[in-house]
Design a protein around this ligand. Sequence first.
Ligand SMILES: NC(=O)N[C@@H](CC(=O)O)C(=O)O
Ligand SMILES: [Zn+2]
Length: 444
Amino acid sequence: MWWLKNIYAVDPSGSCGKRDILIREGKIEANAERLSPEEVAERAGGEPVESLNGEGKYLFPGFIDAHTHLREPGQEAKEDIASGAAAAVKGGFTSIIAMANTEPPVDSRGLVEFVRTQGARAGLARVYPLGTVTKGMRGRELVEMLDLKEGGAVGFSDDGHNLQNSEVMRLALEYAKLTGLPIVSHSEDENLACGGAMHRGKAAARLGLKGIPSSAESIMVARDLMLAAETGGKIHLAHISCRESVRLIREAKERGLDVSAEVNPHHLLFTDRDVDLFNTSLKVNPPLRSEEDQEALLTGLLDGTLDMLATDHAPHVWEEKARPFAEAPFGIIGLETALAAVWQRLVVPGKLSPKRLAEVWSLAPARRFGLPGGTLRPGSPADLVLFDPEWRERITSDSLASKAQNTPFLGQELQGFPTLVWVGGEPVLRGRQLCPAGDGVRHR
Ligand SMILES: NC(=O)N[C@@H](CC(=O)O)C(=O)O
Ligand SMILES: [Zn+2]
C-alpha cells in the first residue's frame, strides 16, 4: 500500500487541495484532507506501507492521450508499441489511444487484438486501439465496426487521411451509432491541401513553400458537422488548428450536436512564424497556423469548445525528417515533452489552470472514449501521476524513450516532469526510470 502525504491533489472530477491519498490493490483506497497513522494501519490490514512526502508536488489522475501514432505493425523503425508506451509513461500518460494508420491499417478484429496484446505485454501505459473506418483505409468500404468493438476498439478513424467521400462519412456516422463509439475525423480537404508544406500565409510566401489554407480544414469540419447533425452520429474532431473551425464547433455545440474536439500542444505553442527551412520537426499536418488562430484555439480550450488536449505523437525516422522541408513527412513527437511544455508555457504563466489541464487531458478523453480514469475518487483505478514542477530535463536523442527524435524541443531543457507514475496501482516510472511489469499481464 502507498500513503501519499500532504500532496496537492488535482481532481478534475472534484476539488483541488492538500490531501492524503492511499493506494491499495490497484485502486485509490482513500482521498482525505488528513489521515492518521492509526487509520492508515487499519486500512493496510497488515500490508507494508510505503509512505511518501508529497510536499511541493502535484498529484494528477493519469493523463490520457487521445491521439498517438505507435506505428506497429509495419513501421517499427519509427516507433513500436513498447517504445511508444515507454514514451507515454515518461511523459505522464497512463493511457494512450493508438491511431489505426499502421501498415497494414488496423481494419480487422485480429489487428485490434494484436495492438491490445502488444500494449499489455509492454506493461507500461494502457494502450487502447482505434480501428479504421474503411477497409485498408482506402476510403470506400466500411470495416465490421461491431466486430472491431468486440476486439477492443474504442473508436474508428482513417486519421492520416480525410474521408473524401461524403457518403462514406455519412454511412460511417450512421453505422457507428450501433457501437456507441465515436468516429475520429481527420478533417482535411485533400485537394485544397495538396502539395502544401506549411500554413498558407506570409511566412510560407517568404520561405517559398506551398501553403495549406485554413479552409482545407474548416470546409471539412463544416461538412463533418452537417453529417453528424443529419445522422445524430458521434464525432470527434482531431487536431483542430484554426479559428474558423473553432467557430463552427462552438455553433454546433450550441445546437446540441454530439461533437468533441481536440487541440494539439504544438498548435498552442508555435505558429507559422516559427517555421524555418532547416527545422522539419516543425512540419506537421495540420500545419502550425497564425497567431490569431492560436489565440482562438486557446480561447476555445478555455471555454469548452475544444474538449481536450492530445499530442498527435507522430514519430518518423531521422533520415526522412532530414529531407528538404517540402519533402519531409508531416509529424511531431509529443508524448515525452508535451506536458512539460504546456506546464511551462501555459500553466506557469496562468493561462491554463492545473484543474483545466487535468480536465482536458484526463477527464475529457476518459469520458469521450469510455475509458477508466480521469478522477481521484476513492474506488477508481490508481492510474496516477506524481508531478514535480521543479524537475528539469534536457531533451536529447539519449533521453528520449521514443525511437524518434522529431521534436522541436530537441536540445532544449524543459521543466516540470512526472517523477512517479502508477498504472493500476503499480509504479511504471520511478525517479525518471521506467519499471515495466515484465510479466505483461497487468493491464489486460
Ligand atoms: N499529424 C501528422 O503530421 N502526421 C500523422 C498523421 C495525422 O495525424 O494526420 C502521421 O501519421 O504521421
Ligand atoms: Zn490526422
